[in-house]
Write a protein that binds this ligand. Sequence first.
Ligand code: Y12
Ligand code: CO
Length: 174
Amino acid sequence: MKLNIVTYPDKKLKEISQKVERFDAELHDLLDSMYPLMMETNGIGLAAIQVGVAKRVMILNIPDDEDIQSVEYLIEMINPVITHKNGETVYQEGCLSVPTFYEDITRYETIGVNFQDRDGNTKSLEADGLLSIAIQHELDHLEGVLFIDKLPYSRRKKFEKEYKKMLKEKKNSK
Ligand code: Y12
Ligand code: CO
């Protein structure tokens, strides 16, 4: 399956993703195509809506302590739901759908998540650190929410101005 990253301000990113009911070859093909795209683009988390597919699917691949990203750390989450959350943490987030921009965003520090794997088996996970932040970021995508939607009004205005400028410069350099 040939996939491309959908970028802001594409309206597709505002869509609410739908629950996955069929754990079939089509789902497996989607997951198998999302992974190389995430690796090629230096991502650590990707939701299906970011490739234009409105399904409650996300993949995560957090680098280890030596900053190595390996397929053995790949997590595929289908129909994820947060079961509990604790604390608060701030991290400078980036998103493949909002290229070149990073903003400080407040998230829960630790979370519990229930989800299904690619075959529909129920799983649960306790997450902290970067994994916890990444899961919350990708969960927002499933609700049509981007990290820039969480910015205070004045910061968002500044972002919109800078982003527009970036897009214009990109267009003119082609
Ligand atoms: C912490 C905060 C946010 C997340 C969500 C997942 N975010 C990403 O995977 C962001 C990736 C990213 C990659 C970039 O590099 C390239 O595109 C080559 C990037 O740089 C540019 O756009 C130039 C920006 C973001 C997880 C954990
Ligand atoms: Co994102």
